[in-house]
Design a protein around this ligand. Sequence first.
Ligand SMILES: *Cc1c(COP(=O)(O)O)cnc(C)c1O
Length: 376
Amino acid sequence: MIKFLDLQQINKRFETEFQQKFQQFLNSGHYILGTEVETFETDFANYCGTKFCLGTSNGLDALTLIFKAYLELGILKPGDQVMLPANTFFASVLSVIHSGLHPIFIEPERDTFNISVKDIEKQLTPHVKAIMVVHLYGQLANMEVINQLAEKHKLLVIEDAAQAHGAVFNSEFKIQDSELINQKAGNLGHAAAFSFYPSKNLGALGDGGAITTNDIVLFETIKKLRNYGSDKKYEYQLKGFNNRLDEVQAMFLNVKLKYLDADNEKRQTIAKRYLSDISTNKIALPFYDGSKNHVFHLFVVTVKDRENFVSYLKKQDIETLIHYPIPPHKQKALVSFNHLSLPVTENIHETVVSLPMSPVMTEQEVSKVIKAINSY
Ligand SMILES: *Cc1c(COP(=O)(O)O)cnc(C)c1O
């Protein structure tokens, strides 16, 4: 059986290191916002190339804290509109709504699955104050053009980088001398949120998240907000929350961060094999320029008769998943948005299938998936 993603195998690789670190952690006697979180924040900021990083309880809280901090600072006002791709994971939308802001769903580009710049331009009004990009499936959005647009219209750019740890911007979009070239996800807008949910490219063994930014005022505000509104024990400047990253999860992340680049390269190698060796025209393969700007959190194909395809692969002992079966605007929780018609997004949700993809997949497993698909 070829698993979609074998989390046990992924983490088993670090068993000895985890055990050694746990012994130190136990003996430290310091279990909240201690040296593990501090080390992770320094190292992850360095990794992303940003000045600041703050660990958070999870990815949803990381996104929400960014919006709440901008509201706290008066840079956003309640009811302001935030554009975001209509085909995203539900949590991206929740962060906007829970912050008292209004989501504007923008259709994606068909080839990259990422937010369409043309549609942003078409739907831009003075009510829109921010764009949330989601580097969906691990591929960076068209940041150069989005940032230019944002600068022109004085909009905030927030990255939902929950699927794109380690993705590097390149010249794919043919704009030379861009200051973004060689910058990583997390350093491509005003602020970014990451999730370390176990299945992400950098995954904890439980919940975790982080915010990266170069903005010291935003950083200081979020630092308070995630810790009851306080940066000094028993003194509260803001009405904050408990949204801290746990020490134990930071400990796991400190071990695993060292292996993130190698794991992403493994994913890119598998993606390249899928792209070169899958030869049937019954499925459509994803766009990939061969660079580091896609870290293949997911390898997503589209197929018209999805049910057949999925059950065919299942019979061949190959597990697949669907990311995602129902778009946010069609969810029961968002009844006031259910009337929206977003045909590109809806078609994507009806046809996508995610193939097995992980840094612990063997060459033989990849070959087996390719062979099965080619005889579909
Ligand atoms: C995983 C994910 C989130 C939410 O992260 P959690 O840590 O599960 O809260 C948000 N946005 C995207 C795109 C994600 O993939």
